[in-house]
Ligand binder design. Structure first.
Ligand SMILES: Cc1cc2nc3c(=O)[nH]c(=O)nc-3n(C[C@H](O)[C@H](O)[C@H](O)COP(=O)(O)OP(=O)(O)OC[C@H]3O[C@@H](n4cnc5c(N)ncnc54)[C@H](O)[C@@H]3O)c2cc1C
Length: 448
């Protein structure tokens, strides 16, 4: 094994949303910048993201007469976190949210004109870039290469180099098993969440039974490295709970994303009872489902819903028996091993609510109520879904990693899903990309 030594100004550990955005910004500022990426390609979770960005006071909002303010978004983020979020971080996030969209447009990303509403607010704030997360990654990686960022793929960072209490660089392992020592004025940990680290997930995640989407090399490497360097670690019990998915589904498919997540079909638990307005905000849905017996629910649809949904080809799962199918509610209950009397009564009551346009039990909006009327009927078993985890080192508004007494560790920065302090329950679609992209850039701006 040989050791190769390299020197640069700033090294980003991880080439996802935070690493790519930070490296582009660093080059704009004239710094030498490098990305170490453990996998054979850049992107991490950003690659599979939907490309939504929450932002206030954007030109898109103004063009459509949408009244909004950074202060209102600040207040929303703080309220929805029950003030567990750190005000200094949220202030930076909201203040830079609109200008970050403009910055990305300058890099070549196209943002769609439509502004949507997500979360528990009624203010349309969520923008979407064309081509979703994959296009964001392609654009930023292309810009990084154009500007001369050195991107080392299949190079996983292992350990921070700490000298006299300061971080002087990072050591990594290359594809061939050689050691690489990168010395830099700043090391920025951008390794994403820890959703693929079974031990950390079982220790920290409150939703015990779940399907996990998180891609990339989400093993919490950055969190571990920061801890070893003396950082205070917090919020490892946070995640992006996002409705539910079929157990055993390997990652999230676009089909289940739209079929299960945005369609708001009725759902019963193992007792055959509904337990919520199925359209509630996505992390609340995951919590409510987690509270049911065995954390299991059954989405119930009829054939009109199956054929009317663009992502509804369920033929494989129906054929294999994973999704239950029957011509009557009673038979469907037998197939899904649900108490038939209760299940039939629940669905009949739901149909009455739908016909009357009034969900007397859970208050689901009338526009989202549709009766189950066209046989055959289907029952799709689901468990809570987690998109990715959050939490890690505590950072300040300059992305500097802090020790338990609040002092920055010289030379060490962190951004994105391996940091703490941004939310308790996920506040709005479009938050994760903004946090990571903005704080990757904030870190770059600190390196002198
Ligand atoms: C299905 C899905 C949809 C989503 N949609 C949206 C959306 O529309 N809008 C939104 O705001 N958020 C969305 N998110 C969340 C968003 O993708 C993340 O918040 C964001 O990507 C986090 O950026 P990051 O840079 O922290 O981590 P990532 O983008 O995950 O990047 C981390 C990178 O670090 C690399 N890495 C890990 N360990 C090492 C190591 N030791 N050495 C070197 N490299 C390493 C990984 O391989 C990976 O490439 C979505 C998430 C999922 C799973």
């Amino acid at each position: 094994m040989t050791t190769k030594k390299i020197e640069t100004d700033v090294v980003f550990v991880g080439g996802g949303s935070a690493g790519l955005s930070g490296a582009v910004r660093a080059r704009e500022l004239g710094l030498r910048a490098m990305i170490l990426e453990k996998l054979g390609s850049c992107g991490g979770d950003a690659m599979i993201a939907a490309g939504y960005w929450v932002a206030a006071e954007t030109q898109f909002q103004k063009d459509q007469g949408i009244e909004d303010s950074k202060d209102a978004l600040y207040r929303y983020f703080m309220d929805i976190s029950s003030y567990k979020a750190r005000p200094d971080l949220i202030r930076v996030l909201v203040d830079r949210s609109a200008s970050n969209l403009e910055w990305m447009q300058k890099q070549g990303l196209v943002i769609g004109k439509e502004v949507q509403t997500f979360g528990t607010t009624t203010v349309p704030r969520v923008h979407q870039n064309e081509g979703m997360g994959a296009q964001f990654v392609k654009t930023m990686k292309g810009r990084a290469e154009e500007l001369g960022v050195e991107i080392l793929l299949k190079t996983g960072a292992k350990k921070l180099i700490v000298e006299n209490g300061s971080v002087a660089g990072v050591s990594a392992e290359t594809e061939g098993g050689d050691e690489l020592e990168v010395r830099a004025k700043g090391v920025v940990l951008c390794t994403g969440g820890y959703g693929r680290n079974k031990k950390m997930v079982s220790e920290h995640q409150p939703i015990k039974k779940h399907a996990m989407v998180s891609a990339g090399w989400a093993h919490g490497d950055g969190i571990q490295m920061a801890k070893e360097a003396g950082a205070e670690i917090a919020d490892l019990n946070t995640c992006v709970g996002y409705k539910g998915d079929m157990p055993g589904t390997a990652g999230l498919s676009m089909r289940s994303f739209f079929l299960l997540m945005f369609s708001n079909y009725p759902i019963v638990n193992k007792l055959g009872e509904r337990f919520m307005d199925e359209s509630i905000w996505v992390p609340y849905f995951a919590n409510a489902l987690s509270n049911q017996p065995d954390s299991i629910g059954f989405v119930v649809i009829d054939d009109a819903m199956r054929t009317g949904n663009p992502f509804s080809d369920l033929s494989k799962e129906i054929e294999s028996g994973k999704i239950k199918k029957a011509d009557t509610f009673n038979d469907l209950a037998t197939q899904a091993r649900l108490p038939a009397d209760k299940f039939v009564a629940t669905i009949e009551q739901y149909n009455d609510f739908a016909k009357a346009g009034n969900d007397k039990e859970f208050g689901k909006p009338a526009a989202l109520l549709a009766p189950l009327a066209t046989p055959p009927f289907y029952a799709i078993e689901i468990i809570p879904l987690i998109l990715n985890t959050a939490g890690g080192p505590i950072i300040d508004k300059n992305a500097r990693v802090l020790t338990p007494d609040g002092t920055p560790i010289p030379g060490l920065y962190a951004a994105g899903n391996n940091t703490a302090g941004f939310y308790d329950s996920y506040p709005s679609t479009g938050t994760g990309l903004q946090i990571s992209s903005i704080f990757g850039q904030v870190a770059a701006e600190q390196i002198k």
